[in-house]
Design a protein around this ligand. Structure first.
Ligand code: PRP
Length: 176
């Protein structure tokens, strides 16, 4: 495997994003919506770096489309125990590990928007614009724009493996 983003560079960028978000949501309650499973590391680090005066709530939905493949299946399954009233009047920030085709976020965004949040923004650690199929999911906060390679680590998996790595790596096609 080749390292694409070292742990120190990841942490530095997450810190920068957290500072920006803290400033922009000052005085509000930030409703952080983490898309499981891949975003769990990013949410944990980002939340710890937010201004300690900022009020936050954590919420989770699980979405999956990749199965055991390196290609998105094209059909996104979303599981949530959230009641839709929970979004009404809230400042929602979706925390995502990666945007690839855009299908996952398009589905989630549409669902939340139909329940009248005060605001809805997207913060993604990684953005792979070359692979975008759906164009209505442009993120307000982006950690790194990356090339069209299959990446793992820091929450991202291949067939449920490698999520624990503290850096982002590119998986050697021979290992797949
Ligand atoms: C990955 C990733 C995003 C989504 C992005 O999730 O975490 O949620 O794919 O791809 P898209 O833009 O093409 O929809 P995955 O389905 O692998 O589930 P996981 O987070 O549980 O690994």
């Amino acid at each position: 495997m080749k390292i694409l983003i070292e742990e120190a560079d990841l942490q530095e960028r997450v810190d920068e994003l957290a500072k920006k978000i803290s400033k922009e949501y000052e005085g509000k309650t930030l409703y952080l919506l983490c898309i499981l499973k891949g975003s769990v590391m990013f949410l944990a680090d980002l939340a710890k770096k937010l201004d300690t005066d900022l009020h936050t709530e954590f919420h989770f939905v699980e979405a999956s489309s990749y199965g055991e493949s390196t290609e998105s299946s094209g059909s996104v399954e979303v599981e949530s125990s959230l009641s839709h009233d929970e979004f009404e009047g809230k400042d929602v920030l979706i925390v995502e590990d990666i945007i690839d085709t855009g299908r996952t976020l398009s589905k989630i965004k549409k669902d939340i928007n139909s329940h009248n949040p005060a605001s809805l923004k997207i913060c993604t650690l990684l953005d792979k614009p070359e692979r975008r199929v759906i164009t209505d999911v442009e993120p307000e906060y982006i950690g790194f724009t990356i090339p069209d390679k299959f990446v793992i680590g820091y929450g991202l998996d291949y067939d449920q493996q490698y999520r624990n790595l503290p850096f982002i790596g590119i998986l050697d096609p021979e290992d797949i």
